[in-house]
Design a protein around this ligand. Structure first.
Ligand SMILES: *[C@@H]1O[C@H](CO)[C@@H](O)[C@H](O)[C@H]1NC(C)=O
Ligand SMILES: *[C@@H]1O[C@H](CO)[C@@H](O)[C@H](O)[C@H]1NC(C)=O
Ligand SMILES: *[C@@H]1O[C@H](CO)[C@@H](O)[C@H](O)[C@H]1NC(C)=O
Ligand SMILES: *[C@@H]1O[C@H](CO)[C@@H](O)[C@H](O)[C@H]1NC(C)=O
Length: 375
């Protein structure tokens, strides 16, 4: 969820509307393909839907390694209604978000077999999946299949390939809303785990995916809380990351034995942030606490790219600062890629990747001074 202060942003000058600004380079060596599907769980009633007895549906966007020689077109950053929604709420000129160009190729063929791991990347509350594109495609460029869910009614806008869309029913999001929102996400995740092979078949060339086994769940804010709750309930998820944000629910009292990493921003440390301290004390597996210096809650999203690549910092420095902090957003994204990538390698990357991941996570690195190793 983005700060409402942006609502009043005046228009600012952009490059000519047609000039594309590429996302920062991918850290992995694979080109990336992407495709999306709508999933319906006929066994579950959607408790967030305004109409009673609606079966629960959600969208999953898949990112995966594809061939260097792919001729599939690049996927636009956001579909039209979603781009329009965020341009309006950020006060950005019409067309500006789609001057940003990610690296993923629409419906390209899977290039594997690559790495054995599967990564579920869970957005923050109310946040469209599209605002986590940079991290999703970067993890995929390192050989993994990434599932990026878009939670219908739990995201401000979820748009389908035919241009229709559903807006969130939570226009005034309160703490009490977290309970049904998180329960719904947990249900969506368990459904995804139960039907993983079917969902992966949406990828062109999916028959080349060697048996999908090991799973990591990385989440921002409510997504990190969801990762922890799922790990407390289901041992199929071997590792999780919480990028900032409160951990909700009973998992803070019960913990789990999988690997878990916190990455905090601002004043959020295990030592001072109540739900983090409680969960930390109950973790029985590998655990680590990192802290991203000079960052804010929303630094863990594509907001860093919107701020830095669209030149927001030069035009409205105080708004940029309030959104993603005083640190350079591009550096913050790079540090996230390095340490989240290392965790994924360590937990689900296979033997050689695991060794490399463990080394990266063993202590601070002077090349990434913005990532503090707390414990
Ligand atoms: C794709 O091309 C890049 C740049 O030429 C190269 O570094 C990389 O190794 C290639 N990736 C694969 C999987 O062949
Ligand atoms: C619905 O639930 C039943 C009983 O729990 C289960 O056997 C079945 O596989 C489920 N169907 C789907 C589509 O998940
Ligand atoms: C990608 O594949 C999906 C599923 O087959 C299809 O609905 C969609 O139109 C395709 N997109 C493009 C741009 O070809
Ligand atoms: C949102 O909720 C708060 C606290 O419950 C309330 O004070 C405020 O009036 C609500 N705003 C809108 C626009 O409904």
């Amino acid at each position: 969820m983005l700060s409402s202060t942006l609502l009043l942003l005046p228009l600012f000058l952009l490059n000519s509307a047609s000039a594309k600004i590429a996302f920062p380079p991918l850290s992995g060596s694979y080109n990336v393909g992407t495709t999306s599907i709508k999933v319906t769980d006929t066994n579950r009633t959607d408790i967030l839907a305004p109409t009673p007895n609606t079966p629960r549906s959600f969208v999953v966007q898949l990112f995966y390694p594809t061939d260097n020689s792919t001729t599939a077109p690049l996927e636009p950053y956001m579909p039209p209604a979603t781009a329009n929604f965020y341009e309006t709420s950020y006060g950005l000129p019409s067309g500006s978000l789609n001057t940003l160009q990610p690296h993923s190729h629409t419906n390209a063929t899977y290039a594997g077999p690559c790495k054995p791991g599967i990564v579920i990347l869970s957005p923050g509350a109310q946040t469209s999946r599209h605002l986590h594109t940079a991290l999703a495609e970067d993890i995929a460029s390192n050989g993994y299949v990434v599932l990026l869910p878009d939670y219908i009614y739990g995201a401000e806008i979820v748009e389908f390939s035919d241009g229709t869309y559903i807006l969130s029913t939570f226009n005034n999001f309160t703490d009490a809303d977290v309970v049904p929102l998180e329960a719904t996400r947990v249900g969506d995740t368990i459904y995804t785990l139960d039907h993983l092979s079917t969902i992966l078949r949406a990828i062109p060339g999916a028959d080349r995916i060697t048996k999908p086994g090991k799973i990591v769940m990385v989440g921002h804010s409510l997504g990190g809380s969801t990762a922890a709750t799922v790990m407390g309930a289901d041992s199929r998820v071997l590792g999780g990351i919480a990028m900032d944000g409160t951990i909700w629910g009973d998992v803070v009292n019960t913990g789990f034995s999988g690997s878990f990493m916190f990455i905090g921003a601002a004043e959020h440390y295990v030592a001072t942030y109540e739900s983090w301290g409680r969960l930390w004390a109950k973790l029985r597996g590998w655990r680590r606490e990192l802290h991203l210096a000079a960052a804010k809650h929303i630094t863990f999203s594509d907001a860093v790219l919107i701020v830095e690549l669209l030149g927001l910092r030069a035009v409205m420095p105080e708004v940029a600062e309030e959104l993603v902090g005083s640190g350079d957003g591009l550096r913050a994204l790079e540090a996230q890629k390095v340490y989240i990538g290392a965790f994924v390698d360590m937990v689900v990357g296979g033997r050689r990747a695991a060794e490399k991941g463990r080394r990266v996570l063993s202590g601070a690195d002077e090349r990434y001074p913005e990532m503090e190793f707390v414990q």
